[in-house]
Design a protein around this ligand. Structure first.
Ligand code: NAD
Ligand code: TYD
Length: 361
């Protein structure tokens, strides 16, 4: 791993992964291709540990000529593919961009990798790798007594987001089986931590609660997610890059499954402890149930035995310690947060997603 192309490196997990890689690997060169959509920002890349080993390219993964040029120019030997449209609620209101970025974009990267590594034999094939970052949502929704998802669970995506990610996973596997492209895939549960765009559940709840705004809980709040602190996800991907078997899939998760309501109450309790004097204490009084998400997956849970036993990875943070670190980070980054929350497009999203919900109730 010398020259690594990270797609979507100005987003939440991608920017954390770039930090992680620059810290853990003293020689790696990172080339970061990101379109800077609403979810990506150069603000996420400030204060990198070794900025001289990070090259930013503004552009679209769907732009085949651009991606071919990057592969050649930077002699890319490893691709870690994060770039995607990622928010389920946005995929419900506007699925087209998810099909374009998540499916066509992944296809474009696979074609560029095939051309450079396999057709042009740019470097020995046993020294290259395409790692695809995917989600547990491709497996659908669990009933209360179902066993957790694992690497062999059949695909059953149920939102435009998860269907587009499932499609991209199938393409990646097809390029391995058909052309011999050296790939690995990871399917990870919900992430949280620094730099997460404040439309997703945990940062939305933290920032609304800090501002004394309502905490909108979809439906009965009894949906279950498995939560992983983002640095743990970065470490898991690094384990797969260095020790994972070509052609294989690894399930990643945080080994915890609170209901949304329990999680939100836990966030409120941490804030109460931190700010006993706040007029918003107890913060749980801000909780407000709103109309449910259409097709809302009820329960996710991940069996992470394989990555634990084969690659020796396990999450370091508990949900409590990870939430405390995350809350501290948002409290200390008010400028970062206010810049996003003050944007017209962000306010437009909040209106589009939540006003309709309230009027449906
Ligand atoms: P994010 O929405 O925070 O960031 C996505 C990044 O991709 C942004 O910087 C955006 O500008 C960039 N991007 C979007 N379209 C692009 C394009 N066409 N070309 C180049 N760049 C483009 O996403 P995230 O939460 O960091 O997720 C990263 C990856 O991890 C995604 O593939 C997602 O499916 C996967 N994943 C996320 C989670 C989670 O909980 N966030 C869990 C499991 C898997
Ligand atoms: P989210 O962060 O959007 O992740 P995903 O849908 O990919 O799991 O949502 C996590 C859970 O929180 C999901 O069950 C939907 C729920 N949720 C709310 O109850 N209220 C909200 O305002 C949001 C954004 C999510």
């Amino acid at each position: 791993m010398k020259n690594i192309l990270i797609t979507g490196g100005a987003g939440f997990i991608g920017s954390n992964f770039i930090r992680y890689m620059l810290e853990i690997d003293p020689v790696v060169q990172v080339i970061n291709l990101d379109l800077l959509t609403y979810a990506g920002s150069m603000e996420n890349l400030k204060d990198l540990p070794a900025p001289e080993r990070h090259t930013f390219v503004a552009g679209d993964i769907c732009d085949r000529a651009l991606v071919n040029g990057i592969m050649n120019h930077h002699r890319i030997d490893t691709i870690v593919h994060f770039a995607a449209e990622t928010h389920v609620d946005r995929s419900i209101l506007g699925p087209a961009q998810f099909i374009q970025t998540n499916i066509v974009g992944t296809f474009s990267l696979l074609e560029a990798a095939r051309k450079y590594w396999l057709d042009e034999n740019a470097m020995p094939v046993d020294t290259v790798r395409f790692h695809h970052v995917s989600t547990d949502e491709v497996f659908g929704s669990l009933e209360p007594t179902d066993p957790p998802f694992c690497e062999t669970t059949p695909y059953d995506p149920r939102s435009p987001y998860s269907a587009s990610k499932a499609s991209s996973d199938h393409l990646v596997r097809a390029y391995h089986h058909t052309y011999g492209l050296p790939v690995t895939i990871s399917n990870c549960t919900n992430n949280y931590g620094p730099y997460q765009f404040p439309e997703k559940l945990i940062p939305l709840m933290i920032t609304n609660a800090m501002a004394g705004k309502p905490l909108p809980v979809y439906g009965d709040g009894q949906q279950i997610r498995d939560w992983l602190y983002v640095e743990d996800h970065c470490e898991a991907i690094h384990h797969i890059l260095t020790g994972g078997q070509i052609g294989e899939t690894y399930a990643i998760g945080g080994d915890n499954q609170p209901t949304n309501m329990t999680l939100i109450n836990q966030i409120c309790a941490i804030l109460d402890e931190r700010f006993p004097e706040s007029p918003n204490t107890p913060h749980s009084k801000l909780i407000k149930t709103v109309a449910d998400r259409p097709g809302h997956d009820r329960r996710y849970d991940m069996d992470i035995t394989r990555i634990k036993t084969e690659l020796g990875w396990k999450p370091r943070e508990s949900l409590g310690s990870g939430l405390t670190r995350t809350i501290e980070w948002y409290m200390n980054h008010a400028e970062w947060l206010n810049a996003i929350r003050g944007r017209e497009d962000f306010k437009g999203w909040v209106d589009a997603n939540y006003n309709a919900r309230e009027s449906k109730k």
